[in-house]
Design a protein around this ligand. Structure first.
Ligand SMILES: *Cc1c(COP(=O)(O)O)cnc(C)c1O
Length: 238
């Protein structure tokens, strides 16, 4: 896919939105049970502006520094613009997320939770958080091991600035759809167990599915699909 030309964006948005609607129908789910999170990391502010004009309000970014730059660019210009941080965060960058983000989807340690709580307290803000779970066993991926989830969830419940709303995962990078589906099923099962065990938290959110696998994720209960390249084109990391 070529880097996005802004004029393609409305067409790509309509295409992705249609595919989400179809996947919901096929899964027997209401359309409004799945939200689209456009992932704007590496892409210029001009493309965010374009999608904002098409109605998008919350955007996914991976890195604290890039988030800061985009807030400086767009924050005053686009009222109601919100940010979801979806990438691994080092504790020394927690302040940026505490001050600028509405949502953080990659919480994976008690230490980071504690640091965010402290930074949020100082900023007098709250943050929606999803716990990132490593459902693939791939060591290249961040996220908590499933076995550690209940203990972290119980600890996070003591932090009043964090609103724990669910779980996030990156599916296995595998050409076999059954293996990818295994990641989604695992996340859904973990959530069911947290609910059964009355672990404190909201647990309404299952953030799973990206450009290459979001229809399968919706079939397995995703409530948030994080879509980058299918909207904005290929990323250039150079
Ligand atoms: C980059 C990224 C995405 C978007 O990936 P695409 O394949 O471009 O849709 C989704 N989730 C996370 C955590 C990401 O880092």
């Amino acid at each position: 896919m070529s880097p996005a030309d802004p004029s393609d964006l409305p067409t790509r948005l309509a295409g992705v939105t249609d595919r989400i609607a179809r996947a919901c129908r096929e899964a027997g789910r209401e359309r409004d049970t799945v939200r689209l999170l456009p992932v704007s990391k590496t892409h210029p502010s001009a493309l965010i502006r374009e999608l904002y004009e098409a109605g998008a309000r919350r955007f996914g970014e991976s890195k604290a520094q890039e988030l800061q730059a985009k807030v400086a660019d767009l924050g005053d210009e686009l009222p109601g613009l919100e940010w979801a941080v979806i990438g691994h965060l080092q504790t020394n960058k927690a302040k940026v997320v505490a001050e600028l983000a509405t949502e953080f989807q990659a919480l994976d340690s008690a230490k980071l939770g504690e640091t965010l709580q402290r930074r949020l307290d100082t900023a007098d803000r709250s943050l929606d958080v999803l716990i990132q779970v490593n459902t693939s066993g791939e060591t290249s991926k961040h996220g908590l091991a499933a076995a550690d989830l209940p203990a972290l969830a119980r600890e996070l419940a003591t932090y009043d600035r964090l609103r724990v709303r669910g779980l996030m995962t990156l599916a296995a990078a595998d050409p076999d759809p059954a293996v990818v589906a295994g990641s989604f099923t695992a996340l859904a099962d973990l959530r069911a167990r947290l609910r059964d065990d009355d672990v404190p938290g909201d647990w309404s959110e299952l953030s799973m599915g990206m450009s290459g696998d979001f229809e399968a994720a919706i079939a397995h209960g995703s409530t948030c699909v994080r879509i980058g390249s299918a909207l904005f084109g290929a990323r250039d990391y150079s």
